[in-house]
Design a protein around this ligand. Structure first.
Ligand code: PRX
Length: 652
């Protein structure tokens, strides 16, 4: 099992503060009652919850799901709604002048506040621009933008006209962008001249130009001028988005779409092949994102809520844009990084905007923890009342530091476990209901029915450890892999019949609390970013010097997991430091900086079974410096290979 927190202190409990169980949206009795109802009388539960959205046609059919052949997932299938109306228009009556989005620029002297009224106008104008560009319901629009409000406008403008968006993280390379444009068949790409992070420019438009040189698909480009850098515009293909928005009408009549209208595709890494396009649809996704946002973060009027994720990841989709805006919240969007211009930046932003709910990733917490308490202590943070964590297991040491230093022992921490595929949070404390244990994501959210099974799919009862599955559907679940339903079925529903397989391992303790131990497949989690080892391997073997490569994760103090590559060179090519550097740069260029290898070890050959399968289990152990405990090695074709790798590993 990869990435398990080093220590799991099972006895340590932080009780729900009395004020929280009194004043929050959900206390323990509420949780227990609603949770039971959500499983025992699921239709009634979700029918009731669905009323928190604005429907043009209220659904009468609640759930229509099969996890066995033919796998099919539908929620609220005869309901009709418009997602952008739910996130924007319906708030105009009571909160038109309330701030919807606080934008904090990379430059600490620059911010912007966008009210719901302004958000409505921007979304309408951009939706009209999309229509003028010929975009229709069902078409796909790729969004390759920095963390600026225009990213939210673009997502909501697509939703308004029933187009799907595919947001591609600004840190991805031109090649990765090109693959995603082609796979989704995007008709249009929305980008900016450049992003700004830590005072440096990220050349998005140039990357998009490079991507379009190799795509089959030839979409047009809408370009926002954000950083004021010079870009080349291709006549007839590229258009200035700000100019077009200024000319467009400020009103766009919303159209009602079926609840199962595709809302977005988001590419994510799996254990095999290229990243897959996770497809989410409208009604179920929006209900689940908004409901989890409300309950997990106890969002109440007047809160200022900040999720530090990027909109290029699912956390940004569900918990910067869709969930908060559907709840009429004030959501903060930050363009920069935690260490610029100073390592107090997060805490300064919290003080500046009086943030009350703060949601970030363990990797950021660990990096900031390394800098000591002073950069935090010199800020006030009195506005904070709740902290959240997402993306990877949080080690108890980081949890305690987050609790003690950042939250001044005043703020509960919600450790939220979920995935791109799940659309929203599945296992999490509710801050007014759940006693906390550092390192545990605790208990399932409403409607979520987890179980732990062994390798043969036998359910394990009570205190146990094994593979985490979810036995039944919830509204935010992905519906398919875009363009490849068979891959959807194979990936998630074939390992354990009749259940959704998460790819994660988990432990369950005597209180029924879940402790996520990390991925059990060939996916690694580097600084909360999910990467398929197969993707990195195929980037490596695309280099002419490489004959074979095997990539595994290894424990890394800051990143959670690091990227460890075993590389076998072509005959006649000698290992050299310059080549090692070249391969690191090569992978960065092929996939993006998040995939930068930490360690490349030359491997004269790789350990294989007699049938030729690489024994990754052994490679993981060697990478982790665990030589005494290699497990069963009797199926190895050439045991000497392992000795060679261990000898080499000991040298660094
Ligand atoms: O291994 C789990 C880990 O992140 C994976 C999902 O990654 P992704 O689809 O990129 O979504 C990240 C944001 C939801 C999971 O399979 N993971 C996510 N949250 C946690 C976590 N592991 C432990 N604890 C968490 N709170």
């Amino acid at each position: 099992m990869q990435g398990a927190p080093k220590e799991m202190v099972m006895g340590e409990v932080y009780k729900v503060p009395t004020a929280w169980s009194r004043d929050s949206l959900c206390n323990l009795a509420d949780y227990q009652r609603l949770y039971r109802q959500s499983l025992e009388d699921s239709d009634t539960f979700w029918r009731e919850q669905a009323k928190t959205l604005k429907w043009d046609k209220l659904p009468t059919r609640i759930k229509n799901v099969s996890f066995v052949d033919p796998v099919s997932i539908k929620w609220f299938e005869d309901g009709e709604l418009n997602v952008s109306v739910n996130c924007v228009d319906r708030h105009l009556k009571d909160r038109a002048d309330q701030v919807a989005i606080i934008w904090e620029s990379d430059d600490p002297g620059v911010d912007r506040k966008i009210t719901y009224r302004e958000l409505h106008e921007k979304v309408c104008r951009l939706a009209n621009v999309l229509k003028d560009q010929g975009i229709k319901a069902g078409d796909c629009v790729t969004i390759y933008l920095p963390m600026i409000p225009e990213a939210a406008y673009a997502m909501l403008a697509c939703a308004r006209i029933g187009a799907m968006h595919s947001v591609v993280f600004g840190g991805f390379s031109p090649d990765s962008l090109a693959d995603r444009i082609d796979d989704s068949g995007a008709k249009l790409v929305i980008t900016a001249d450049a992003g700004v992070r830590g005072g440096k420019h990220v050349p998005l438009k140039a990357n998009a130009d490079a991507a379009l040189k190799r795509t089959t698909q030839q979409p047009r480009l809408l370009v926002f001028n954000h950083a004021g850098t010079a870009v080349e515009m291709v006549s007839g293909r590229d258009f200035d988005a700000t100019d077009l928005m200024a000319e467009a009408s400020p009103f766009c009549e919303p159209v009602a779409f079926n609840a199962e209208q595709p809302l977005f595709i988001l590419y994510t890494s799996g254990s095999t092949g290229k990243p897959k396009g996770v497809l989410h649809t409208s009604g179920g996704y929006l209900l689940y994102a908004s409901m989890t946002h409300r309950y997990v973060f106890d969002y109440q009027d007047g809160d200022i809520y900040w999720c530090t994720a990027d909109v290029g990841w699912v956390t940004g989709h569900s918990y910067i844009v869709y969930g908060p805006l559907a709840n009429g919240a004030t959501t903060l969007m930050f363009e920069g990084i935690p260490s610029y211009p100073t390592i107090s930046r997060f805490w300064e932003v919290i003080d500046k905007h009086k943030v009350s709910i703060f949601y970030t990733a363990p990797t950021a917490i660990r990096a900031l923890m390394q800098q000591g308490d002073d950069p935090v202590r010199r800020t006030s943070r009195q506005s904070l009342r709740l902290l959240g964590s997402v993306g990877e297991p949080i080690n108890p040491e980081a949890w305690r530091w987050y609790y003690r230093v950042v939250g001044d022992e005043r703020c509960p921490i919600v450790d939220t476990w979920w995935q791109t595929e799940t659309g929203g949070i599945l296992i999490t404390p509710l801050p007014g209901a759940t006693d906390l244990k550092p390192g545990s994501a605790t208990l399932p959210f409403f409607g979520v029915d987890p179980a732990i099974v062994d390798g043969e799919g036998r359910e394990l009862a009570g205190v146990t450890e094994g593979n985490l599955i979810i036995r039944d559907s919830w509204p935010g679940q992905m519906r398919t892999v875009f363009g490849d339903h068979e891959r959807f079925v194979q990936t998630y529903f074939s390992t354990f019949k009749g259940a959704y397989f998460t790819g994660d391992g988990a432990r369950r303790d005597e209180d029924g609390y879940y402790w996520i131990t990390g991925r059990v497949d060939d996916v690694i989690n580097v600084s909360g970013h999910r990467l398929g080892t197969a993707e990195i391997e195929s980037a490596l073997v695309a280099h002419e010097a490489v004959s074979e490569a095997a990539v595994v994760g290894f424990p890394h103090d800051l990143k959670g997991q690091g990227i460890f590559c075993y590389v076998t060179l072509q005959k006649g090519i000698e290992p050299a430091e310059a080549l090692r550097k070249e391969l690191v740069a090569w992978v960065r260029r092929e996939i993006g900086p998040i995939a930068t290898p930490d360690i490349i070890q030359w491997a004269p050959s790789l350990p294989k079974t007699r049938s030729g399968k690489i024994m990754r289990r052994i490679l993981r152990k060697i990478a982790a410096n665990e030589f005494d405990n290699l497990g069963d090695v009797t199926t190895l074709a050439e045991p000497a290979v392992v000795e060679e790798l261990i000898t080499e590993r000991r040298t660094f």
